[in-house]
Design a binder for this molecule. Sequence first.
Ligand SMILES: CC(C)(COP(=O)(O)OP(=O)(O)OC[C@H]1O[C@@H](n2cnc3c(N)ncnc32)[C@H](O)[C@@H]1OP(=O)(O)O)[C@@H](O)C(=O)NCCC(=O)NCCS
Length: 171
Amino acid sequence: MENAIAIFCSAEQPVPQVELAAFVQRNDSEFTPPFAQRDWFVSYEEWVSRLLRNGVVIYARDSFSGAIAGAVGFYADSQRYKDAYVSYISVSRQYRKRGIAGKLMSAMAARCAAQGMQGINGSCAAGNQPMQRQFESNGYLKITDPQQVVVLKQANKKDDWDKNFYYLKLS
Ligand SMILES: CC(C)(COP(=O)(O)OP(=O)(O)OC[C@H]1O[C@@H](n2cnc3c(N)ncnc32)[C@H](O)[C@@H]1OP(=O)(O)O)[C@@H](O)C(=O)NCCC(=O)NCCS
């Protein structure tokens, strides 16, 4: 029997920083490139503490074992920006293909809409087909206008590998 999965939001049910950092570390080798190899990387704890301080994390727990099965991290500040920004999403390998990422993406969109965001920006490595399908099946449009892509690439020079950009319109 498949274990039940419960979804929580850090704004209401704070996630222990150490536990989330351990989850990010466990899954890091699946990212291209892994966080630990990026110029800005200090430590998993430092990155998670910044995400939890300035952003929101919606996370999935295995109701049986209590383990974190997946998480999405995003920034949604309607006072300063019209659009939210997905910074992180990962589901541990043993929990994949059960719709967990889809649930995390839906919960993120509902929260961003409730917070008055107009849309959500996201990106992934050009070779990351599972994530591209995830964006597309959740209603995100691929940004194909070359001028817009150049602007988006310049906005985040520290991540300068080949990426695809996506946008979900909320309102
Ligand atoms: C991308 C990622 C988050 C997707 O997580 P996931 O929980 O497996 O995603 P879902 O289960 O919602 O969807 C995955 C697939 O399973 C299918 N699926 C969903 N529920 C299912 C079920 N009950 N039975 C069978 N298949 C199912 C979905 O339709 C989808 O199919 P598709 O890939 O052919 O479109 C995961 O692969 C991952 O963590 N990758 C490594 C980290 C990463 O690349 N993150 C993004 C960096 S930008």
